[in-house]
Design a protein around this ligand. Structure first.
Ligand code: SF4
Length: 362
């Protein structure tokens, strides 16, 4: 069985106000970090086959070319990377130029995931993005015209966002010719600068009902434009799905290297520290756990149901018992579940509250 490989490159020019990820703006640590990352890859690599690679962050596109090349060499030396492996790199618009794309492609990168977030400067400014909408347009043009597979990220629920401005960002995304779009709901669960500003009343957000309505509407808009939804937040033209991310939702194995990176090997999940100084110092582990039978069942149901392909009716009963029969009937009657032959899946409205609904099964 082949593996996926995730590499976390945590350096960013600024810390965006909404960002809960393991990142660092101290670029003086970059070289020591890359050394530690390569040590970790070399320490765990065992020659296994790998068919997806994902460089995420942070801002991988800010990594110095020679450092990026060193990391890729370590991966190719340590794993048997398939010739047709999907190799994605996250990039921020300000770093995307024809020359940068050419360099990344020379290293084997064949998919760019560009963090656009919005095409409206009034929405980009309060979340502290470095780029503006014009720079994002240029970056997407450079990527799509180079022929590399391109995905963009947008966020629903931003400060200053209205129904009109969101629809306009979505229409613009569709018109660019990209093959894939990820649309995330703004997440204020973690302690971030934006959450503090919202709590203190300095910044306000669009109301939840509006966001829910826009989510359901965008699924239709994207479908009409040829993008099939395949997961809560992910939409692709035919054959443009992220094979690496599908691996997570299908419970297939992956190694995660770098700050805060998670791995799933065998039935063991483990994660690295989020403290960059500890990581550089060689203290890598944060936790490691073998899932119990109950956790495994819960995870399986949760991961299948976050995909539009859903779960087989009989599998759901096997995993959750006969109570699932009533849950399915109730969901179909209320419109948050759909049954297509032997498969059960959430409707777009169901995706909005899927975690709460799934917890009723356990
Ligand atoms: S660029 Fe991305 S990873 Fe870096 S701080 Fe901003 S949102 Fe977070």
């Amino acid at each position: 069985m082949t593996l996926g490989i995730y590499v976390h490159l945590p350096f960013c020019r600024v810390h965006c106000a909404y960002c809960p990820f393991a990142i660092s703006t101290d670029l003086s640590l970059q070289s020591a970090y890359i050394d530690a990352l390569i040590r970790e890859i070399e320490g765990r690599a065992d020659g296994e086959g790998a068919d997806t690679i994902f460089f995420g962050g942070g801002t991988p596109s800010r990594t110095a070319p020679q450092d990026l090349a060193r990391v890729i060499t370590a991966i190719r030396n340590g794993f048997d990377v398939a010739d047709d492996a999907e190799f994605s790199l996250e990039a921020n618009p300000e770093d995307v130029t024809p020359e940068a794309i050419e360099f990344w492609r020379s290293l084997g990168v064949n998919r760019l995931s560009i963090g656009v977030q919005s095409f409206d400067d009034r929405e980009l400014q309060p979340i502290g993005r470095v780029h503006d909408a014009a720079r994002a347009r240029e970056a997407i043009y450079d990527a799509t015209s180079s022929g590399i597979r391109t995905s963009i990220d947008l966020i629903l629920g931003l400060p200053n966002q209205t129904a009109e401005s969101f629809r306009s960002s979505l229409d613009e995304a569709i018109a660019t010719g990209i093959g894939h779009v990820s649309i995330y709901m703004l997440d204020l669960d973690e302690d971030t600068a934006l959450r503090r500003r919202v709590e203190s009343g300095v910044v306000s957000l669009p109301d939840e009902e509006l966001i829910s309505g826009l989510y359901v509407e965008m699924v239709e808009t994207l479908r009409d434009a040829g993008f099939a939804q395949y997961e809560i937040s992910n939409f692709a033209r035919p054959a443009e799905e992220s094979r690496h991310n599908l691996r997570y939702w299908r419970r297939q194995h992956y190694h995660g290297f770098g700050l805060g990176a998670h791995s799933f090997i065998g039935e063991r999940r483990f994660a690295n520290t989020r403290d960059i100084h500890s990581y550089i110092g060689g203290v890598v582990s944060d936790f490691s756990e073998e899932l119990t039978e109950n956790e495994r069942r819960h995870e399986l149901v949760f991961l299948r149901l976050r995909q539009t392909s859903g779960i087989h009716y009989e599998d759901l009963l096997r995993l959750c018992g006969e109570e699932a029969v009533g849950w399915i009937e109730h969901g179909v009657n209320e419109g948050w579940l759909q049954r297509d032959g032997s498969r059960v899946a959430f409707t777009p409205a169901g995706f909005l509250v899927s975690s709460e609904l799934i917890s009723q099964l356990f």
